[in-house]
Design a protein around this ligand. Structure first.
Ligand code: HEC
Length: 163
C-alpha cells in the first residue's frame, strides 16, 4: 500500500517534470525550427549590415524615395512625434538617435517596415504607416534599415545590436 502510494507519487513527480521540460523546450524547438527555415541566414539582430557601404548606399536611395516623406530627409521625423493626432495615429518618429527606432532589434524593424505597424501590433491598431511588402523587396528593406543604422553613433549601434 505504502509502496504503491510512493510509486504513484514518484510517477506523478516524473510526469510533472516532463511537462515542465516540455514547457521549457517548446520555445527552444520553435527557435530551432525557425532557424532551419531561413536557409542558414543569421537570425541575430545584425542582419541590416551598416558596415557594408554598398548596402548603405542602396538603402539611402530607398530611404529618400519611400521613407523621407514622413520620417524626414534627415531622419528627423515629424514635429511632436510622441503626441497622438486627433485621429489617434502617431506622427512619424525620427529614425536618428533622438527617436525610438534603435530600441528595437533588426528583426522587429524589418517586420514593422514590411508589414506596417498595424499588422505587427494587431488589435486594430491604427497607424499612419503603410507596410511595404508590395513595393520593396526584402533586400531593399534590409538595405534601408542598414542606412538608418549607419546614421547612429557606434555606441547606439552596439546597444541596438544586443536587442
Ligand atoms: C506615410 C508616412 C510614413 C512612411 C512613408 C513611412 N513611415 Fe515609418 N512610421 C510612420 C509612423 C506614423 C510611425 C509611427 C508608428 C505608429 O503608427 O505607431 C512609423 C514608425 C516606423 C517604425 C517604428 C519606429 C519605432 O520607434 O517603433 C519603423 C521601423 C519605420 N516606421 C520604418 C519606416 C521605413 C523603413 C520606411 C520607408 C521604407 C517608412 N517607415 C515609411 C509613418 C511612415
Amino acid at each position: 500500500m505504502l509502496f504503491a502510494d510512493s510509486a504513484r507519487a514518484e510517477a506523478e513527480s516524473i510526469m510533472n517534470e516532463l511537462s515542465n521540460l516540455c514547457r521549457i523546450m517548446t520555445p527552444v524547438v520553435i527557435v530551432i525550427v525557425l532557424a532551419g527555415c531561413t536557409d542558414g541566414q543569421d537570425l541575430t539582430s545584425n542582419r541590416a549590415d551598416a558596415s557594408n557601404p554598398d548596402i548603405v548606399a542602396r538603402g539611402e536611395v530607398v530611404y529618400q524615395e519611400s521613407c523621407a516623406s514622413c520620417h524626414g530627409v534627415n531622419l528627423e521625423g515629424q514635429a511632436n512625434w510622441t503626441l497622438r493626432n486627433a485621429d489617434g495615429t502617431l506622427p512619424a518618429p525620427p529614425h536618428d538617435v533622438t527617436g525610438h527606432t534603435w530600441h528595437h532589434g533588426d528583426e522587429l524593424l524589418f517586420e514593422l517596415t514590411k508589414w506596417g505597424p498595424s499588422a505587427v501590433v494587431g488589435n486594430d491598431y491604427n497607424s499612419a504607416m503603410p507596410g511595404f511588402s508590395d513595393t520593396l523587396d526584402d533586400d531593399d528593406i534590409w538595405a534601408v534599415l542598414a542606412y538608418i543604422k549607419s546614421r547612429w553613433p557606434d555606441e547606439v549601434r552596439a546597444a541596438q545590436s544586443a536587442r
